[in-house]
Ligand binder design. Structure first.
Ligand SMILES: NC(=O)c1ccc[n+]([C@@H]2O[C@H](COP(=O)([O-])OP(=O)(O)OC[C@H]3O[C@@H](n4cnc5c(N)ncnc54)[C@H](O)[C@@H]3O)[C@@H](O)[C@H]2O)c1
Length: 448
């Protein structure tokens, strides 16, 4: 009998090793989503329809709100929390037993427009403290190619003492949601998935594939997946900058850029992009991550940098147009009043982060113009806290000019009488989105 155990030793290696996806399906391991903002919370709640999920966030106030079924980002209704297998926490001990850690923390830029990796570094430290052999970590935050493997994974390795690929698996799967777009929720957008090896790619594709109806694209490497996301937003930024540059040129010719785009758009291979402010935390930020990485490698991109420069100067250009119109009317700029419609970074959302409307307000204030800002979606206290101005409650009358800055649904179908009631007899409208082009007859109308 003594010989039996030795005899059967090789059979131990034939026992099926349960893969991570199966362990999640079996409820043996849970998924932890780290960073529960615009990206992390919907993802956590979606996984929680099928699996056991722990939502982790460092912000105790936000955690408390989510425990009460409230989305701190004001995107999801309370019904989205109902019946989900999820707990919310800011305690490390509550996430130690998880098997998959998905990181969705912010990736902002600092004042010098350089990547601010602190949230990614801190959340990697968190993962390093709780991760066990066999676990998975997936990054969803938008970042430059190489960031996951060169900047984040070494932190996890150092703190945990484990080795990536060998002891734990790493993946990257960028989020592609379009803020405010109710037609394309998370599950309806094809998801790019990548892994550090074939096994992780397979497990992560199965895991994401089980909640994403639109399907999965398996990227060959983590760097390709990182690059794909940043290129999507950089392409958009550069294309918009071209339209902005054209708008600066055509303005000098008295030609409306929207008219030009409409005419040029009749050609089958013309791509329709429109001039405008590029704010928010994605399109106006992500190209700086790519610029940073390219420069670190000794290459100085001209096109991407020029696009950023052009888009960033548009707010000052718009303020200049407004002041020129005041001066042409021989108004005392210091006693003139301008109403700005919209404060958020884009239409139909409440998000004010990196809103370029703030730049228009500051630019006009630098000329000492009196500015009143209106927005049915934005939070006045948040604006005051972040940018030092609040919203005006009710639109008055006798404004020298109105700047229709954000095309919220409330501003899209107003009759001409609405504008003339609010404006002085010779008041002007700067319609940044070109919504009222060809629709108003008696107003001094300008669009980008
Ligand atoms: N918002 C979008 O529409 C969108 C779309 C695609 C990609 N992204 C990218 O997704 C990432 C997340 O963006 P977001 O808009 O969801 O950010 P967000 O600011 O809405 O939320 C981030 C959350 O992370 C938390 N957090 C910060 N540091 C943390 C840490 N160390 N540990 C745990 N939690 C932490 C914050 O408290 C907050 O709740 C960014 O890289 C962004 O570029 C965003």
């Amino acid at each position: 009998m003594d010989g039996w155990p030795d005899l059967f030793l090789p059979l131990r290696f034939l026992e099926p090793v349960m893969e991570m996806f199966d362990r999640i399906v079996a409820g043996e391991k849970s998924i932890c989503v780290i960073g529960l903002g615009y990206v992390g919370l919907p993802l956590a709640l979606e996984f929680a329809r099928k699996y056991r999920v722990v939502g982790f966030d460092i912000n105790a106030r936000r955690v408390e709100m989510m425990r009460n079924g409230e989305d701190p980002s004001r995107e999801l209704p309370a019904s989205e929390f109902e019946g989900r297998n999820i707990t919310f926490t800011n305690q490390l001990d509550d996430i130690r037993e998880c098997g998959v850690y998905i990181v969705a923390v912010p990736t902002p830029i600092n004042d010098a427009k350089e990547p601010d990796l602190i949230p990614l570094q801190k959340s990697s430290e968190t993962v390093g403290r709780v991760i066990s052999a066999g676990d998975y970590v997936v990054y969803e935050s938008t970042t430059y190619p190489g960031c996951t493997e060169e900047d984040c994974v070494p932190i996890i390795e150092q703190i945990s003492g484990l080795k990536s690929v060998q002891d734990f698996k790493v993946g990257y799967s960028p989020e592609r949601i379009n803020p405010g777009d109710k037609e394309r929720p998370l599950t309806k957008i094809l998801k790019i998935v990548s892994g550090c090896d074939a096994e992780s790619l397979d497990n992560l594709s199965k895991l994401y594939g089980s909640i994403i109806e639109a399907g999965i694209h398996r990227a060959p490497t983590i760097k390709v997946a990182e690059a794909a996301k940043i290129v999507e937003n950089t392409q958009r930024d550069v294309n918009i900058s071209l339209m902005n540059e054209l708008s600066l040129i055509f303005d000098k010719m008295g030609v409306n850029t929207y008219d030009v785009i409409e005419a040029a758009g009749t050609k089958w291979n013309f791509h329709r992009y429109f001039p405008g402010l590029v704010g928010g935390h994605c399109i106006g930020v992500d190209p700086y991550y790519l610029l940073h990485k390219a420069e670190a490698l000794g290459f100085h991109p001209r096109v991407i940098a020029a696009g950023r420069f052009t888009n960033d100067m548009m707010a000052a250009h718009i303020a200049k147009i407004a002041v020129q119109k005041l001066i042409k009317r021989e108004r005392n700029v210091k006693s003139s009043r301008i109403a700005i419609l919209g404060a958020t970074f884009k239409e139909d959302v409440s998000d004010i982060r990196n809103s370029k409307i703030v730049d228009i307000v500051n630019e006009l204030k630098s000329y000492e113009v009196n500015v009143e800002v209106f927005d049915p979606h934005a939070d006045s206290e948040e604006l005051q806290h972040e940018y030092g101005f609040s919203l005006t409650n009710e639109l008055g009358s006798d404004y020298d000019g109105i700047i229709l800055a954000v095309s919220h649904r409330e501003y899209r179908n107003l009759p001409e009488s609405w504008f003339s009631e609010k404006l002085k007899a010779d008041g002007f409208l700067l319609d940044l989105k070109g919504i009222y082009r060809d629709k108003l007859e008696g107003l001094d109308y300008w669009s980008l």
